[in-house]
Design a protein around this ligand. Sequence first.
Ligand code: BEZ
Length: 212
Amino acid sequence: MATIRLGDKAPDFTADSSMGEINLYDYLGDSWGILFSHPADFTPVCTTELGTTAQFKGEFDKRNVKMLALSVDDAASHKEWIKDINEVNGTTVNFPIIADTDRKVSDLYDMIHPKADDTLTVRSVFIIAPDRTVKLMLTYPASTGRNFYELLRVVDSLQLTANHKVATPANWKNGEDVVVSPSISTKDAVEMFKKGVKEIKPYLRMTPDPTT
Ligand code: BEZ
């Protein structure tokens, strides 16, 4: 198992899933991806998380993001569990759940933290860009369900900062003012950002979202 760090290529793999065999790179194609692990099938928090993921499909589609879940149970179990997820959440699970019975993918992505639990995966999240680099990693404990609004917010920030010389401040939401990248002088920023630049400190310059 190699340590994965931001900017590394997401390790490719082929694995069984609730939708048959799946190869990560083929599945992602030119899209962004979110790979996220779940401790086990038929667990309550995971049931809400996967239902939420299905409910947010429209939002992920808008951002060209493909979702890929993982748990260490087998594909037959996943398919039975998906029936419950759909019933409980009024959804149709429309993305694969990897059946990582041999822990191959969990090990590759360091999703098992033995001091938390030596067999089940923690709640890991990897956001993967279209160039296959890892852009975000989150690790939550089994007892805390993830915030899917936060995942959308991070994707918005990543997609904005990939194309514009800006960064996004604390609690930023799509459409709000952004921070001018520290690598740009205020003089150049005034040229670059026609909607205006407000210098709060020489190193803290704000400008309206350049895409709105
Ligand atoms: C859950 O998904 O509900 C869960 C799984 C493992 C431990 C605690 C909660």
